[in-house]
Write a protein that binds this ligand. Structure first.
Ligand code: ASP
Length: 328
């Protein structure tokens, strides 16, 4: 009798766990994953001081977002606060330190998406919004639109308290030198450094956000994947939240972030399998450089890229934090 009961209990437990993989894997209360751009990031080109600076800033970004998640805050607030840290740092190609267009201007793009409501907001080609991610959030929360560009975006979001600054705020000598070099050679260099964050909060809600200065020496008015929902950013509570970085034209043509969620949704692929398929096969096969960070509804993480390096890191409620730069 007891044996029969134990066998029944075992059958029920196995059945439950296979239907609820999260339970089997001990789903974390919260997860935050970030990137600071993918590209030709090689150890031999990096000084120890520079590497330290990147690691410290990535750690600060993770810590900032983690505070939000730890205190029961939303994934939306967590990704917003995390991106702000990286936008305010001249190390990354987003906000201060954005790369220059062919005309020597900074034109920035950003987007944010809420996996619960599937609401999204984005700004593109903005020159005065100090923190483009706040512009994107204002578009999502205060307008009936998803994407507003240029002066329109600046005017509208300023009404909701988004800070505008003089274009000189975004200038950094490093990006300017890189622009001058590229201008001379007429080829791209130092083109990556976009920032992104995805989070799962204690309430089971996913969010994703991405912010960039675009690609060095891009044409005036060029918009990349970062502010395009489905290309550079996507979040859906039923699958995962994804933020991308890389050669935007490919990410737009291959609708990368949405494709990852679609493979999970319609083909039942795991996050890892879906990210691998899109980044390491579909994109890589056609020369689309870049990568993604993602977290799925069960707290599984992916940081997949087909370039030599990608600034990246994650933190989970289990107390695990990791920051990585190269392909290791
Ligand atoms: N994806 C960005 C763009 O094409 C650039 C990057 O991620 O480095 O605008």
């Amino acid at each position: 009798m007891i044996r029969k009961f134990l066998i029944l209990l075992l059958v029920i437990t196995v059945g439950y766990l296979s239907e609820h993989p999260a339970a089997a894997q001990n789903k974390p209360d919260y997860v935050l994953v970030i990137h600071g751009g993918a590209g030709t990031i090689l150890k031999e080109n990096m000084t120890p001081e520079r590497e330290k600076a990147y690691r410290e800033k990535l750690h600060e970004a993770l810590l900032t977002g983690e505070q939000v998640l730890k205190s029961g805050g939303s994934s939306l607030d967590a990704v917003t606060q995390t991106i702000l840290v990286m936008e305010n740092s001249p190390l990354f190609n987003a906000g201060k330190g954005a790369v220059f267009t062919a005309e020597g201007m900074n034109e920035m793009d950003a987007s944010i998406m809420d996996g619960k409501s599937l609401k999204a907001g984005a700004v593109a080609s903005v020159r005065h919004i100090k923190n483009p991610i706040l512009g994107a959030r204002a578009v999502m929360e205060h307008t009936p639109h998803v994407l507003i560009i240029g002066e329109g975006a600046e005017e509208v979001t300023a009404k909701y308290g988004v800070e505008l600054v003089d274009t000189s705020y975004f200038f950094t000598q490093k990006r300017w030198d890189s622009y001058r070099k590229v201008k001379k050679k007429m080829e791209e260099q130092e083109k990556h450094g976009t920032v992104g964050a995805v989070a799962l909060d204690m309430h089971g809600n996913l969010a994703a956000a991405t912010s960039t200065g675009g690609m060095t020496y891009k044409m005036k008015g060029r918009v990349g994947d970062s502010p395009i929902i489905g290309a550079g950013t996507y979040a859906d509570n039923n699958t995962c939240a994804v933020s991308a970085t890389g050669h935007g034209e490919y990410f737009m043509r291959y609708v990368v972030t949405y494709d990852i969620t679609a493979l999970m949704k319609y083909q039942g692929l795991s996050l890892d399998e879906a990210a691998n398929e899109v980044i390491m096969h579909k994109l890589k096969d056609v020369g689309g450089d870049g990568g993604i960070i993602a977290v799925d509804k069960d707290g599984n993480i992916s940081m997949t890229f087909n370039t030599p390096g990608m600034f990246r890191g994650y933190v989970t409620s289990g107390g695990t934090e990791e920051i990585l730069i190269y392909n290791d």
